[in-house]
Design a protein around this ligand. Structure first.
Ligand SMILES: Nc1ncnc2c1ncn2[C@@H]1O[C@H](COP(=O)(O)OP(=O)(O)OP(=O)(O)O)[C@@H](O)[C@H]1O
Ligand SMILES: [Mg+2]
Length: 326
């Protein structure tokens, strides 16, 4: 299975990602806006667009030299973002991984940060030697410059990986002066090099997560559409409000409904309650429960590598555009 950096798109997949009418692809190809390569897929030789070529296309569009495009081409509204929920297993790491890869496909320069000792974002991004690398522990506790903990994953996508050692950060971090400010101070030295910085967090009301709440502009709370996840939402929102008061910050908060199944009444009910209780925060995009997302985790490519025009790919596309631009 190809890793993210080797991903290629068929003309139909590329058109769907770029929100282009399929008939326009050949025009773009003949006027040099897109170039293709031939790749062997099974028994046939297919015309494909590489990741780097896709990124080059979006850079060109974003440069504004080609007039107005239907596709949204601005830079992200909120530069520093985090996926968050004190409840475990709601889909934070899965959505963070797909989101950062999708943002990189759109030609943005992305820094992903794994703030969970489980290292699931690291694994989801196909970095398998994370246990040997420096993590945010070394940055916050041993004063390693953040730049020295950054690992290139693919063109346009860098990662600060995590490993089990990060689980031991809470006590030493608690003993540091200005503990909640250390992460935002470290980040401030590198954010100018990126269009967007996105952190995956650990499922706890930890100091490390608190530090990211101090650094972030946008908090994406991932809520599974089941009753217990919904029940935990009041606690999550209260935790965020408390941080805002204590650190005199004003955060934008989005709630992302995940693992939705429209065949289940309970899933429909929870989505309805989320939307009526948090009308300002709930994203329009809903991520359906899909085997493609589970498979993307196991085989470690993007959902586009599993099925580029499936429901999961469409859900991630809609979610990414909403979290980036609205
Ligand atoms: N929309 C979805 N459809 C199907 N499976 C999903 C979906 N979202 C997440 N999953 C699966 O649910 C499991 C938990 O997801 P994930 O690890 O992303 O949750 P998490 O919130 O990061 O967990 P933790 O709190 O332990 O960090 C994974 O096996 C993942 O593949
Ligand atoms: Mg996780």
């Amino acid at each position: 299975m190809a890793s993210f950096k080797d991903i290629c798109f068929t003309p139909a997949e590329f058109s769907s990602i770029a929100r282009l009418d399929k008939s326009k692809f050949s025009t773009l190809e003949s006027n040099g806006m897109i170039s293709t390569v031939r790749r062997r897929l099974g028994n046939s030789d297919r015309k494909m667009v590489t990741l780097e070529e896709t990124q080059r296309y979006f850079h060109e569009i974003r440069s504004g030299r080609h007039g107005d495009h239907e596709f949204i081409t601005e830079l992200p509204k909120n530069k520093v973002q985090m996926f968050y929920n004190v409840k475990g297993g709601t889909g934070k790491s899965t959505l963070t991984a797909q989101y950062v890869m999708k943002a990189a496909i759109l030609g943005l320069k992305v820094l992903a940060i794994d703030l969970d000792g489980q290292g699931h974002l690291t694994v989801n991004l196909d970095v398998l030697d994370g246990h040997e690398r420096p993590t945010i522990y070394d940055v916050l506790i041993n004063d390693l410059p953040l730049a020295d903990a950054i690992l290139p994953v693919a063109p346009g996508l860098d990662l600060v990986p995590a490993n089990l050692g990060l689980c031991n950060i809470e006590i030493p971090l608690n003993n540091k002066t200005r503990r909640e400010y250390r992460l935002s101070e470290a980040l401030a030295k590198v954010t100018h090099e990126y269009d967007i910085v996105v952190a995956d967090t650990n499922p706890a009301a930890s100091i490390l997560n608190g530090s990211m709440l101090v650094a972030a502009d946008l908090v994406n709370v991932v809520c599974a559409t089941n009753p217990l996840s919904f029940h935990g939402m009041s606690l999550v929102m209260a935790t965020i409000e408390e941080m805002e008061r204590e650190f005199k910050r004003s955060l934008e908060v989005r709630i992302v409904p995940n693992m939705y199944d429209n065949r289940e009444i309970i899933s429909q009910e929870v989505l309805g309650e989320l939307r009526s209780q948090f009308p300002e925060n709930c994203t329009k995009a809903v991520v359906n429960r899909s085997a493609d997302l589970n498979e993307a985790t196991k085989r470690r490519p993007t959902v586009w590598g599993v099925n580029a025009i499936g429901v999961a790919a469409q859900d991630i596309q809609a979610l990414t555009e909403e979290l980036l631009y609205s």
